[in-house]
Design a protein around this ligand. Structure first.
Ligand code: UDX
Length: 441
């Protein structure tokens, strides 16, 4: 099939490369000239995702994946066009649909034959009819009558395992009441739907809401555990024991029960806010969803509170080593990362920060304003030079088993703050360090 994917961001590039790899002819549209030429001329992926560079390079070299600067140039001849552009949060939590709407209009102007338009960017319920109306308005304006199918096909991939999630995900949700468009999508997804049936066909509104429901449910579990962690601390209980104790209950399950420094990333914070906003717009109050967001905002400063308590507020002039900047391991993504809140708060009270991350240091330099008290170390070990204390905020594998005796000898104040509960408190304490985790009373 000939497929166009609008947007070479996370979702777009993974979608384009995975469909190209199974033999489709895919054109990926990228408006940003620097990003476009890096991809087109050097097959350079603009973010870190395991395996994606090789996949993109192979498919470009073998001629199945091409890059184009515009829908007008890249769309003609395609049977399917994915919209995979950003839907960032507006200040009121609403999803900003301007990029989706812009793409729909350009698609209407550029399509030259029957087309299935697939909305893959996470967008609120009601976006599918909007996309249809915008494409149709352009068709009408130029007197064209090409057959148009519009399908919602939300994406459930996780950063760090995006290719695996795309090719071997739990489900493929298709939202449309157009049998012909669904048949085209079934054909396109056939290589990823071989061993057992993963395709779920539903109405567009349900498909759109499924995506928000999945992310809000997962975020709820995390905020719930973070709230419980506070209670555990107050009563002298250990959230890690509680996590195990409830996770074996099949009705609960063991995933997404990890208390920590709060959730970040491109999806949970934005989607939870957008769902709450949708509810408000409908005159409903999504009290639980609002609380999930509020608990998370507070949680992102939990480590800072613990540091402040330990030092009784006297943080000015202290130097903190920070391991981890990305919002989670195996990505350089720092959107809404708890590290940003922690570093900003430490700098505000006059502390010094030496930070390191296996892949996100460049991203951090771009996102954090230059500050004389903020430095990025060359490696994990060098982060500790001159540090009074260490805080770990991303659970990279490299941080799991440091030499605690060496840490105790290096850190002036002999104290560590474990924002992801990756260390065994007893073991750490036996090395002569003070240990603070999340919810470990
Ligand atoms: C998420 C969804 O999992 C994915 O299905 C959706 O398509 C996009 O959003 P992602 O943002 O890549 O994926 O990361 P995920 O692995 O889900 O983690 C999200 C955040 O929650 C991270 O900050 C992580 O550290 C945090 N988290 C996760 C916890 O704090 N505790 C947990 O138990 C699990």
């Amino acid at each position: 099939m000939r497929v166009t994917v609008v947007g070479a961001g996370y979702v777009g590039l993974v979608t384009a490369a995975c469909f190209a790899d199974v033999g489709n002819q895919v054109v990926c549209i990228e408006r940003d000239p620097a990003r476009l030429s890096a991809l087109r001329d050097r097959a350079e992926v603009p973010f870190y995702e395991p395996g994606l560079s090789d996949l993109v390079r192979r498919n470009i070299e073998q001629g199945r994946l091409t890059l184009s600067p515009s829908i007008a140039e890249g769309l003609p001849g395609s049977q399917v066009c994915f919209i995979a552009v950003g839907t960032p949060s507006l200040p009121n939590g609403q999803a900003d649909l301007s990029q989706v709407e812009g793409a729909a209009t350009e698609i209407g102007r550029a399509m030259t034959g029957p087309l299935v338009v697939v909305q893959k960017s996470t967008a609120p319920v009601g976006t599918i009819p909007k996309v249809r109306a915008l494409v149709e308005a352009e068709l009408t304006a130029r007197g064209a009558s090409h057959r148009l199918g519009v399908v919602s096909n939300p994406e459930f991939l996780k950063e760090g395992s995006a290719i695996e999630d795309f090719t071997r995900g739990d489900r493929i949700v298709l939202g449309s009441d157009d049998p012909q468009a669904i048949a085209t999508m079934r054909e396109l997804y056939r290589p990823f739907n071989r061993n057992h049936e993963k395709i779920m066909v539903m109405d567009a509104a349900s498909a759109e809401l499924t995506k928000y429901a999945a992310n809000a449910m997962l975020a709820t579990r995390i905020s719930f555990m973070n709230e419980l962690a506070r209670i555990a601390e107050a009563v002298g209980a250990d959230i890690e024991q509680i996590r195990k104790g409830i996770g074996v209950d099949h009705r609960i399950g063991s995933h997404f029960l990890y208390a920590g420094a709060g959730y970040g990333g491109s999806c949970f914070p934005k989607d939870v806010k957008a769902l709450a906003h949708t509810a408000r717009e409908l005159g409903l109050q999504a009290e639980l969803v609002e609380a999930v967001d509020a608990v998370n905002q507070r949680q992102k400063l939990r480590l800072f509170e613990k540091i402040g308590d330990h030092y009784q507020g006297a943080l000015a002039g202290k130097t903190f080593a920070i391991w981890g900047l990305a919002f989670k391991p195996n990505t350089d993504d720092m959107r809404d990362a708890p590290s940003l809140d922690l570093i900003t708060a430490l700098l505000q009270v006059g502390a010094k920060v030496r930070a390191w991350d296996p892949v996100a240091v460049d991203m951090a330099r771009r996102l954090l304003p230059e500050h004389p008290a903020l430095t990025f170390a060359a490696d994990m070990r060098a982060t500790l030079d001159g540090a009074d204390a260490l805080a770990v905020i991303t659970e990279w594998h490299a941080f799991r088993s440091p030499d605690f005796t060496a840490l105790a000898a290096t850190l002036h104040d002999c104290v560590v703050f474990d924002g992801r509960n990756i260390w065994d408190p007893e073991f750490v304490r036996a090395s002569g360090l003070r240990y603070y985790g999340i919810g470990r009373g």
